[in-house]
Design a protein around this ligand. Structure first.
Ligand code: NDP
Ligand code: HEM
Length: 475
């Protein structure tokens, strides 16, 4: 027998097709609370979309650690033989919740690992670097990627104005405009933790680390022309690809690898290893294999498990920690702040965000606090009533910082060009041609003075870079 439909209070519903009206032609009676409840719920079906990375797709899977890296970290999730359930949400950055997938943009690669020490979130991208190195510039940068407040249109002029005035963006701009800026699907992107983080071993030694997830499907990309044809027919091409492949049992995999730098090496390094606009060259800091990550399960409910998924770089576990990277430091604040606004104060009580371990905080009340725990006298801390207490064994080793506070110029002593030249030099002729023509496409309508300022930056990377773009622009 079918179940009886009810209101949210569990009252049975006798008719879900006809509202209560005075006479067959209306008007409607205010006492039709079932109609009112239905309309009121619809009005609340949307939560604010993410201020960035609004369009995304996600799936659950497992991380399996196949190698022994215990000399670098005591993190349980990273010990050989450990298997951890995880969630991966891919996204584009600039487009709104209904934007097309096949757009030239950075791809978000946000991971949540449900570990035995609570959640570890690694909220990265498909690129190892970023456009800026100081979070103070992030809201302005994002404004250039979103819509012009007057025309409500995206603005190439704003994008190139900001980039040409921010030479630290060159590395990321070059990757974005290269073939990799338009992936064929989410299955065909690498994921990078991007920032430098730290690993801490059982002896309390700290190592600096970069996290890499290399796609085992291979990097595959599409051209602007191919993307135009796809978007004309299908705005959900990447969602469709991911969902259908997982439904069909074709589970995508990534090789999980790290690079390690000791504190002494960091002091000697000829670039700032905590600068998010830089990579660590592989020949100096070789890749170390750690394990494999496999996506195996589509979400049962997209809204509950993907739209409400709340990732934060602040979620770390013993054995994994932060670095002095200024951008990372700001993101540690920004994400939980976004979630408390976008999802609700107790967002981590939702099943998708909830750790698998017991949570023992003294936070109380606030929106979405639906958990009914046994009430004891230990509702504050310190207390004399056997409430949860701190455990000094989880203390991290100290790390050095500069000690004179100032607004330091983030450009001083920073070379914005050498690593971009290395990237340009490794591109094939065909990749270079794509780079030039993608930039020319993206510069459509940009005033000459801004184009020239950007060309001067390309010139500092490589004269062929500037010449190629000029030719593609017909200059
Ligand atoms: P390597 O030759 O050892 O590594 C080059 C890396 O570049 C490979 O990881 C390759 O990825 C990646 N790559 C190739 N084409 C592109 C592209 N169009 N856009 C982005 N990445 C690409 O040299 P280095 O380690 O010295 O790095 C040289 C340059 O490569 C860097 O300046 C940086 O721009 C780029 N790079 C470096 C990474 C690093 O962690 N060192 C990571 C990613 C890029 P794959 O093997 O998957 O093809
Ligand atoms: C999403 C802030 C830089 C990757 C977001 C969100 C905010 C934000 C507020 C929306 C969160 C939400 O509502 O759920 C910032 C700030 C940055 C910064 C202030 C710079 C200081 C970066 C960098 C990366 C990154 C460097 C990658 C290395 C992501 C990803 C998402 C995201 C992947 C989407 C997460 C998801 O799938 O839910 N960012 N961001 N961001 N950001 Fe950042």
């Amino acid at each position: 027998m079918k179940k009886t439909m009810t209101t949210t209070a569990g009252n049975p519903i006798s008719d879900n097709q006809n509202s209560i009206t005075a006479g067959s032609r209306g008007p409607v009676l205010l006492q039709d609370y079932q109609l009112i409840e239905k309309l009121a719920h619809q009005n609340r079906e949307r939560i604010p979309e993410r201020v960035v990375h609004a369009k995304g797709s996600g799936a659950f899977g497992v991380l399996e650690i196949t190698e022994d890296i215990s000399k670098y970290t005591k993190a349980k999730v990273l010990q050989k033989g450990e298997t951890t359930k995880m969630l991966l949400r891919f996204s584009t950055v600039a487009g709104e919740r209904g934007a097309a997938d096949a757009e030239r943009d950075v791809r978000g690669f946000a991971l949540k690992f449900y570990t035995r020490d609570g959640n570890w979130d690694l909220v990265g991208n498909n690129t190892p670097v970023f456009f800026i190195r100081d979070a103070y510039k992030f809201p302005d940068f994002i404004h250039t990627q979103k819509r012009h407040p007057h025309s409500n249109l995206r603005s190439n002029t704003a994008a190139w104005d900001f980039w040409s005035l921010s030479p630290e963006s060159l590395h990321q701009v070059t990757i974005l405009m290269s073939d990799r800026g338009l992936p064929k699907s989410y299955r065909h992107v690498n994921g990078y933790g991007s920032h430098t983080y730290s690993l801490i071993n059982a002896q309390g030694e700290r190592f600096w680390v970069k996290f890499h997830f290399k796609t085992l499907q291979g990097i595959e990309t599409i051209t602007n022309k191919e993307a135009e044809a796809i978007v004309a027919k299908d705005r959900e091409s990447n969602q469709r690809d991911l969902f259908e492949n997982i439904q069909a049992g074709n589970f995508p995999k990534w090789s999980f690898e790290i690079q390690i730098m000791t504190n002494d090496e960091a002091k000697e390094c000829n670039f700032n290893p905590f600068d998010l606009t830089k990579v660590w060259p592989h020949k100096d800091y070789p890749m170390i294999k750690v394990g494999v990550m496999t996506l195996k399960e589509n979400p049962k409910n997209y809204f509950n498990e993907i739209e409400q998924a709340s990732f934060s770089p602040s979620n770390i576990v013993p054995g994994i920690s932060f670095s002095p990277d200024k951008m990372l430091q700001a993101r540690i604040f920004s994400y939980p702040d976004a979630h408390r606004y976008r999802v609700g104060t107790h967002y981590e009580m939702l099943p998708v965000n909830r750790p698998i371990v017991e949570v023992n905080t003294y936070h109380t009340d606030g929106s979405m606090n639906y958990e009914i725990k046994e009430v004891t006298d230990a509702y504050y801390e310190p207390n004399s009533f056997d409430g949860a207490v701190e455990d000094a064994s989880f203390a991290e080793p100290a790390f050095e910082t500069g000690d004179v506070a100032d607004r330091y110029n983030h450009r001083d002593g920073n070379d914005d060009f050498t690593q971009v030249t290395a990237l340009f030099n490794l591109m094939s002729e065909n990749q270079k041609e794509q780079l030039f023509s993608n930039i020319a496409d993206a510069m459509d309508g940009v005033p000459e003075n801004i184009v020239n300022r950007q060309l001067a930056l390309f010139e500092q990377v490589h004269s062929d870079y500037a010449a190629g773009v000029k030719k593609a622009l017909g200059i």
